[in-house]
Design a protein around this ligand. Structure first.
Ligand code: NAD
Length: 463
């Protein structure tokens, strides 16, 4: 019997898959001791991914979605255990959101012009192997969301995850590779090193086969990537203010703000980090926050103790406090808060250390302002020019427009909790890489592609 070339290819793929699945029993797929080897393997798999049909790529992405849902609780528990940050319930929701709403190959679109002089297409092509640096605040969420988008675009990816979240990140990388293998795709669509360090990161940033770097983290890593001499996508820090004016539904604003602020213990970079409130409604807002939303009002003494506990004299955050819940933070300063305490609030000036610093903890300082104009100026000051995220609660469309223009952020949520911007209780798709600094905004598969123009002169126009 004579076999066709495609039948032979199918048998080879199936045998290779079996061998590779057996190899995985001893450890995670995609994890290497050496960064150069990891990149070499990702390069081999990228050649296969780039030649796959969009349909085949989509099958792999669908399988990743399935596996994220199956493993959502495991990933959530692992993330909380390894980093000590966040809470399992919200992390499960974040993983399900990534599984269900991260864009896949449908995000890869072609632009066409046809006319008297022929046909011109602009297609979205892969970069190749992308180097990605990921944070400890949303470790597996970022790895999974990045991989789905990057593979949809025809790339593979090498990760240098945060050292505090290695196990969780490797588990997520393994899921992606298993999904690929189970669909007849290659192993190593996502890779990493067993022990990521600043040295392995430097090797990745300088490597000749990495044309694009994607950094998700604080200002240090974004600056490092943007200084690399390569194309860089920088998803950096924020300090999102939530501004409430006197026209807002104050009761709803209190609920939305506390819900957004406390989601995963305030870890998302888009989460409300402080409140700015017009004086005439400030007391009412704080009353609703306390009486209906589990907020604890910190005295001056407790505020001072919190400052001394959550950061050092230079303002560097105590990692043991980032992503902890309100009751735990209060316990650290000797306060036994009542059951159901979700958030710590107090009124203070914008310069207060717990207000002006991006804490990533459920601590919400409230800055009282005399009117809308002062509120806008205060919010701009508090956002520190990150141009990342800002939120407003107002019924006045002109004011919302003015606030949006003044803040000039990648994300602006009006009259809702911050997470609505990630498609969670709002329209649109999620991502955990919001490129505020370099301007791509909420990243998706299309962000990880390069535009290529293909022109046919004087033919193929059939109008
Ligand atoms: P981090 O900056 O401490 O670490 C992020 C990653 O960068 C880690 O992998 C770390 O190892 C690496 N890193 C840090 N400095 C580096 C350098 N000089 N060279 C190379 N790699 C370096 O941040 P984190 O604590 O993990 O995450 C929290 C921060 O990230 C917050 O500021 C938050 O706002 C931001 N963040 C932004 C987004 C976004 O989409 N814009 C998403 C998540 C987190």
């Amino acid at each position: 019997m004579n076999l066709t070339e495609s039948q032979i290819q199918s048998i080879v793929t199936s045998v290779m898959t079996t061998i590779q699945v057996q190899q995985s029993k001893n450890g995670c797929h995609g994890v290497f001791d050496d960064m150069n080897v990891a990149i070499e393997e990702a390069k081999k798999s990228q050649k296969i991914i780039a030649r796959m049909s969009m349909d085949q790529r989509e099958k792999i992405i669908s399988k990743i979605r399935e596996k994220i849902k199956e493993n959502a609780e495991t990933l959530a528990r692992m993330g909380v255990e390894e980093t000590g940050m966040g809470n399992v319930g919200d992390k499960i929701l974040k993983h399900v959101l990534v599984a269900e709403k991260t864009p896949g190959t449908e995000d890869i679109k072609t632009l066409a012009w046809s006319g008297d002089r022929g046909l011109t297409l602009v297609e979205m092509g892969p970069f190749g192997v992308i180097g990605a640096i990921t944070p400890c605040t949303n470790p597996s969420e970022t790895v999974l969301c990045n991989t789905m988008g990057m593979v949809a675009g025809g790339n593979t990816v090498v990760f240098n995850p945060h050292p505090q979240a290695v196990k969780t990140s490797q588990f997520a990388i393994n899921i992606c590779n298993e999904a690929s293998l189970e669909c007849g795709g290659p192993d190593n669509i996502a890779v990493t090193v067993a022990k990521p360090t600043l040295d392995s990161s430097a090797i990745m940033m300088k490597h000749k086969d990495i044309p694009l770097l994607v950094a998700t983290g604080g200002p240090g890593v974004v600056t490092a990537v943007l200084s690399s001499g390569k194309r860089g996508i920088g998803a950096g820090a924020g300090n999102p203010p939530a501004f409430v004016d006197e026209t807002a539904d104050i009761r709803k604003a209190a609920k939305d703000i506390v819900n957004g602020c406390t989601f995963d213990n305030n870890l998302p970079c888009i989460a409300e980090k402080e409140v700015v409130a017009v004086s005439s409604i400030c007391d009412e807002l704080m009353k609703y926050m306390v009486e209906e939303n589990g907020c604890y009002v910190a005295s001056k003494d407790v505020q001072d103790k919190l400052i001394a506990t959550v950061m050092n004299e230079k303002g560097v955050l105590n990692r043991k406090c980032v992503g902890r819940d309100a009751k735990t933070l209060l316990k650290m300063v000797g306060v036994d808060a009542p059951e159901g305490t979700r958030c710590i609030i107090f009124e203070g000036p914008k310069e207060h250390k717990l207000i002006s610093t991006e804490l990533m903890m459920p601590i919400l300082g409230v800055v009282r302002v005399k009117d809308f104009e002062e509120g806008v100026a205060t919010s701009v000051w508090l956002e520190h020019g990150n141009r990342h995220s800002a939120h407003i609660h107002s019924k006045n469309v002109d004011r919302i427009t003015e606030y949006a223009r003044a803040l000039d952020t990648a994300i602006l949520v009006k009259n809702g909790p911050s997470y609505a911007a990630l498609g969670f209780g709002g329209e649109g798709f999620p991502t955990f890489t919001i490129a505020s600094r370099t301007g791509e905004g909420l990243t998706s598969a299309a962000t990880f592609t390069k535009r290529r123009r293909c022109t046919m002169s004087d033919s193929l126009c059939i109008r």
